[in-house]
Every structure is written in C-alpha cells, then in structure tokens.
Design a protein around this ligand. Structure first.
Ligand SMILES: [Zn+2]
Length: 266
C-alpha cells in the first residue's frame, strides 16, 4: 500500500486534510494515530512507521465497508483485495468519463446537475477532484461511527466546497452552536465514499464527494417522516438553508434517507 493510498483513505474519512503527496509527515502520522487509537487490542505503537501506516489503511478500509482482514499492518491477500476493491472503482468509472461542460457554470449560479449527469458535470467518480475541496466547519463535528473523534473539516468535491461550507456556517449562525449540537446536526456520517447506492448497482452521489450524511443513526435510510428525527419542524430552517444553496434533501424530496443531502437534482 503506497503512502498516497493511505493518505487518500485517511482523507476519505475526514481524518486527514494535508496534501496527497506520499510523504508520511506529522499530519499523516497524526491521522493514522487517530484511527489506530480505536483499536485497543492492536499493538501498533510498537511497530515501525511503515507498518503503522498500512495498519491505518486497514482500519480505514474497515470503516469504509471493505474487508481488509486483521489489522496487522501487513499487506496480506485480504488487505490487497480490499484495497483493490476500494481503488479500482475510479478506473472503471474513468472509462465512462465524458469530458466537458459543468465546471465553468458550477457554483456561481447554484445550479447543479441531475443525478444522471453528475459524471459530465463533476468528472470521474473517485477521481482527485472528488476530494479536492475542504469544508471548514464553524464548530467541531463528531464522527457518527466514533463519537469521541471530532473533526474541524472534511473533504468533498472541489466544486461544492464553497456552498457546503456556507450551509454549515449559516446553519450554525441560525441555530447557535448549542442548539445546532443538540439537534445533532454536527454528527457527521460521511461525505466522500466510493460506493454504490445502498441496495442499488449505480454509484452513490458520495462517490463524487457531493453528498453529506448527518446523524445516520436517527435518520435511517428507509425511515420516513414518522421516524426520522430530521423530518420534524425544528429542522425546517436547516433544510431551507440547504435548498437555498442549491442542494437537494432526499428527505424533503422523497421522504427517505433524511440523513442525506446532495449537490445533484433528482
Ligand atoms: Zn448519503
């Protein structure tokens, strides 16, 4: 596993925001330590840096739903396969890439493409642009899968970094930090993730880094207004801000997947 792969993996879960430069500097090692810190039984501190990095890559692959096998810092067949599975998506999508359009009209008009045209507008799923933007959060968010870990930024597609940043800034200033937190709008369920749509064979909008999930536990995929916590009136202001920025809430549009909004129309 090349150091760049490890940096991309750490970036995909919001733990690393340095350059993807293959240089395992302090930012990379700090991100590795955060994810490895979740595995008490793994004696990673005793391992050399190169083995720690592979172990960190394994820990992220696990979070992303691939199956790297034991977190041992060794490139065994399971790890190799999980890495290939994670990394091979972009190559497949690259074949279908249609170059052109989109970029110039992007953010300024707040008009985003329909789901079926995202590859034309945003480029290759899983490509470097999909993690080329940084959303600086106005208050620390917590990882939904590890509530003890706070993040102050996360990576997204470079074309949506500005409106995404604005959404959170406006929402925090609307609600105030305390209420924003008590509404659990700061529970980060992920942005960039190279995967298919749940229960489907086409790629998820997350594969372009243009969708965000918040508080997934209380807004499960198939839950409608009767159960999803984000469907109640307190959240109207949040969804108004999301929609004013040009994004689409699947909850408001389809009454499902209330955790999710995306910069693509249905
Ligand atoms: Zn989602």
């Amino acid at each position: 596993m090349d150091v760049r792969d490890i940096q991309r993996l750490l970036a995909a879960v919001g733990l690393y925001r340095g350059a993807i430069d293959g240089d395992p500097g302090p930012l990379t090692m700090a991100a590795a330590a955060v994810i490895l810190g979740r595995h008490d039984a793994v004696p990673w501190k005793a391992w050399p840096k190169s083995r720690q990095l592979i172990a960190a890559g394994q820990a992220v692959l696990l979070v992303l739903g691939h199956e790297p096998g034991k977190i041992d810092g060794l490139m065994g067949p399971n790890t190799r396969e999980a890495l290939t599975e994670w990394a091979s998506g972009p190559l497949k999508a690259a074949v279908e890439r249609i170059v052109g359009a989109g970029y110039s009209v992007a953010d300024a008009q707040g008009t985003y493409p329909r789901q079926e045209s995202v590859a034309t507008f945003y480029g290759t799923a899983g490509g470097p642009d999909c993690t080329g933007g940084i959303v600086e959060l106005p208050i620390p968010f917590r990882l939904a899968w590890d509530l003890n870990t706070s993040i102050t930024s996360f990576r997204c597609h470079k074309l949506v970094a500005a409106p995404m940043t604005r959404i959170f800034r406006e929402a925090v200033s609307h609600y105030g930090a305390d209420q924003f937190e008590s509404l659990r709008l700061n529970i980060f369920g992920g942005c960039y993730n190279y995967r298919n749509m749940r229960g489907g064979s086409s790629l998820s909008m997350h594969a372009w880094g243009i969708a965000v999930d918040l508080d997934p536990e209380r807004n499960q995929l198939r839950w409608g207004r009767d159960r999803a916590s984000f469907a109640v009136g307190h959240y109207d202001a949040f969804w108004n801000i999301v929609e004013a920025a040009g994004a689409t809430s699947l909850g408001r549009a389809c009454n499902r997947d209330w955790m999710h909004f995306q910069f693509a129309r249905l």
